[in-house]
Design a protein around this ligand. Structure first.
Ligand SMILES: O=C(O)CCC(=O)C(=O)O
Ligand SMILES: [Fe+2]
Length: 287
């Protein structure tokens, strides 16, 4: 089994259909040219000093299991929504992400939101992460449950099997036994040129690959989740109110500043301030 490809610049409806079909069938899809050459160059230039300043051996993760998962050969830039204007203005709101999230997440929430925006520059000697499903961060959710998350890794340099391209297990989103582990021949490396991305479901087994080259594999993990879930990164700390006010409304909404209003479908409201919608208050200059 391979991973199918979809071109980022297709007509919107056909693109959404192709993304949804591939994700349903395989649990993963490669989007060719998610970032065009100009956006890729500008984004990498903006990130460069942050990646250069990051130290691969920092041992200050939330606990030892997380430290083991990431290893000590990766340079991390976290909370990218608050550090990169280009991410907050152009990548977060990218039509491909909107199309995929509309199809995968919107059936089970009133709005979705950014879960994490994390650059991982995986250095020489990085070993393959253990097989995991990103949705397992919400392990208190009884199973079966709907898709909770739409995840991706953007290749910010060319991704090859040798330099640690993300590896995925197509079809693993359908496995009945959640404890089943993939065999070696079930892994597929998401080899792709810089600017492309692998988009996968929260239920698809994958891992950062091992890097046996002398170069750094710069990739960006971007994921969205149902708007009523707690996010992995605290986006209100990553992008505090003063910074959020300077962003387009669509970005504010995706960062969690919009109320999750499910009243129309018999639910309630979440994330209000004084029982009002924070993005409306920002728009009116009242917050
Ligand atoms: O860096 C990668 O290729 C994948 C990273 C990943 O799966 C994660 O951090 O959850
Ligand atoms: Fe992951």
């Amino acid at each position: 089994m391979g991973i199918s490809h979809v071109a980022a610049d297709g007509p919107p409806d056909a693109l959404a259909d192709a993304l949804a079909q591939a994700l349903e069938a395989d649990g993963a899809v490669i989007v060719d040219g998610l970032l065009d050459a100009d956006l890729l160059a500008r984004f990498n230039a903006e990130l460069e000093p942050m990646v250069e300043a990051a130290r691969p051996d920092h041992g200050r993760f939330v606990n030892d299991a997380v430290a083991g998962f990431f290893g000590d050969r990766t340079r991390h830039v976290l909370g990218v929504a608050g550090k990169s204007r280009i991410f907050a203005n152009e990548v977060l709101t990218h039509p491909v992400y909107r199309a995929a999230c509309d199809r995968v997440l919107l059936p089970n929430c009133a709005r979705y939101r950014l879960n994490i925006a994390h650059v991982m520059d995986r250095g020489p000697g990085s070993v393959r992460q253990w097989p995991h499903r990103d949705q397992d961060i919400w392990n208190h959710m009884p199973v079966p449950h709907p898709e909770l998350q739409l995840a991706s890794v953007i290749a910010l340099v060319d991704f090859t099997a040798d330099n640690g391209a993300t590896v995925v297990v197509p079809g693993s989103h359908r496995w009945e036994d959640p404890r089943r582990m993939p065999t070696e021949d079930e892994w597929v490396a998401a080899e792709m040129p810089a600017g492309s991305a692998v988009i996968y479901l929260g239920s698809t087994i994958h891992a950062g690959g091992s890097n046996t080259t002398e170069g750094w594999r710069r990739g960006m993990h971007v994921s969205y989740c149902l708007g009523w879930l707690r996010t992995e990164e605290n986006q209100f700390l990553a992008v505090p109110l003063d910074a959020a006010r300077t962003l387009p409304r669509e970005s504010q909404e995706l960062l969690g500043y919009a109320a999750h209003d499910a009243i129309a479908t018999g639910g309630g409201y979440l994330g209000t301030h004084e029982v009002q919608d924070p993005v409306e208050l920002i728009a009116r200059g009242e917050l």
